[in-house]
Design a protein around this ligand. Structure first.
Ligand code: AMP
Ligand code: GLY
Length: 428
């Protein structure tokens, strides 16, 4: 079968890698793709947020399955256009993607369905929002309602910070995404991402993963798209795991009860609080970089799973997982998440990828005409290692990272460090 993947990050290189390994996959296209997908698929230039353009490509190339990686095309309704034309698609339509596309919608949904989450209020009016912040006092979490590439959230420790965050939002810092503001109670605890396959009826959870959002060691510096990740998460108790799975199944049931046909990956971002896991957010897609540690542990054929999701046949699928632990370290361009140079030659990749148990997923890379691999983004590579123990996977990932170089590159040295120390590492 012919498959089209939309996106260009490490997530899409990981998804494409495992689709390409399937005996069911004949031709694989990635739009727009990156330097990594170029070697396992045909990269195609396409406006992935334009449903009509994606549909035209799919029809012209006899595509049987489209897998949508990032949130923007989901929120734009690309999956609806494809499904309406009879093309199988992994990814929810615009109605389901609102769970990620609007935090106010998502919080109201959680409340309506009694899903555990932080107390909140949402405002379309600046003065009302400022008055609420003064009344509540710090700490508070201020969120732009719409998509803001992970930058729309301020965890404000002081009243001034919270007021400034509200001002920023209404002053247009996030454009239309900030026209509504969500203000939340601050929760405490370790964070944990639980991704699940769902066809709108059946929910099959993947193993929990934990991302590292801050740029620098010790969870310091600005927030990023994610600097490293591991899976499973050793500090999650069986009770917490069961509670998160219950929330995910109830979410799927609630979507269905509201008439929302959700087929794809549902991502629950949880905080493991003293009162149990609480939802921080939903994403309507695979996590990046979570995918880079979750999919390498999946033994079941990914094409079969994604097709079953798209065709609402997931009840017939049983997922099988490797016992290994997975750790992934992001190598980023100097300056990220601020401005950074592009076009720098990358060395050492073959030696790193030759280590047994190591896979290097590309994010911001491109192949030059002469075949040289160049940096082409902020997060450049995801170095994933599988190991029989958590520390074996971590040590192997860093052994591989040390072989790779480009000018100015940096990475965090402490991915998984807190997990090794246990739960007490999250207590302050
Ligand atoms: P979100 O995009 O809603 O997941 O928020 C981004 C990040 O902000 C989360 O990963 C948390 O680190 C933090 N955050 C969001 N909501 C809260 C909250 N209610 N309490 C504490 N931290 C939060
Ligand atoms: N790793 C966080 C996200 O994908 O949103």
């Amino acid at each position: 079968m012919n498959i089209l993947v939309l996106g260009s990050g490490g997530r899409e290189h990981a998804i494409s890698t495992f689709l390409a390994k399937s005996p069911l996959c004949e031709r694989l296209f990635v739009a727009p793709g990156n330097g990594g997908t170029a070697s396992i698929a045909s990269n195609v230039s396409l406006d992935i947020n334009d449903g009509a353009a994606v549909l035209a490509f799919a029809q012209a190339n006899a595509i049987d399955l489209v897998v949508i990686g990032p949130e923007a095309p989901l929120v734009a309704g690309v999956a609806d256009v494809l499904r309406d034309a009879g093309i199988d698609c992994f990814g929810p339509g615009a109605a389901g993607a609102r769970l990620e596309g609007s935090k106010a919608f998502s919080k109201a949904f959680m409340l309506r369905h009694d899903l555990p989450t932080a107390a909140y209020a949402s405002f379309g009016d600046k003065d009302a929002a400022l008055a609420y912040v003064r009344e509540q006092g710090a700490p508070l979490v201020v969120k732009a309602d719409g998509l803001a590439a992970g930058k729309g959230v301020v965890v404000a420790q002081t009243l001034d910070e919270a007021l400034a965050a509200v001002e920023d939002c209404f002053d247009g810092r996030f454009g239309a995404a900030g026209a509504t503001v969500v203000i939340e109670e601050m929760l405490k605890g370790p964070e944990c991402s639980l991704l699940a396959f769902t066809d709108g009826i059946t929910m099959l959870p993947m193993a929990p993963a934990q991302d590292h959002k801050r740029a620098f060691d010790g969870d310091l510096g600005p927030n990023t798209g994610g600097m490293g990740v591991y899976s499973p998460v050793p500090i999650v108790t069986p009770q917490e795991h069961a509670a998160m799975c219950d929330v995910m199944q109830r979410t799927v049931d609630s979507l269905r009860a509201e008439g929302i046909d959700y087929r794809g990956c549902l991502y629950g971002g949880f905080m493991l609080t003293a009162q149990g896991p609480k939802l921080l957010e939903f994403n309507a897609r695979f996590g990046d970089p979570e995918t880079q540690v979750v999919l390498p542990r999946l033994k079941t054929d990914l094409v079969s799973v994604m097709l079953a999701v798209a065709r609402q046949e997931l009840a017939g699928i049983e997922l099988e997982w490797r016992d290994d632990w997975a750790v992934s370290v992001v190598i980023a361009s100097g300056g990220y998440p601020g401005s950074y140079p592009k076009g720098l030659p990358i060395s050492g990749l073959d030696a790193a990828a030759a280590l047994p148990g190591v896979t290097v997923f590309h994010a911001g890379t491109k192949l030059a005409a002469d075949g040289t691999l160049l940096s082409n983004g902020g997060r450049v590579l995801n170095v994933t290692a599988l190991g029989e123990s958590f520390s074996a996977a971590r040590d192997l990932a860093y052994q591989a990272v040390d072989l790779i170089h480009f000018d100015g590159c940096f990475f965090r040295h402490d991915i998984g460090g807190r997990a090794l120390k246990g739960r007490s590492a999250w207590e302050d």
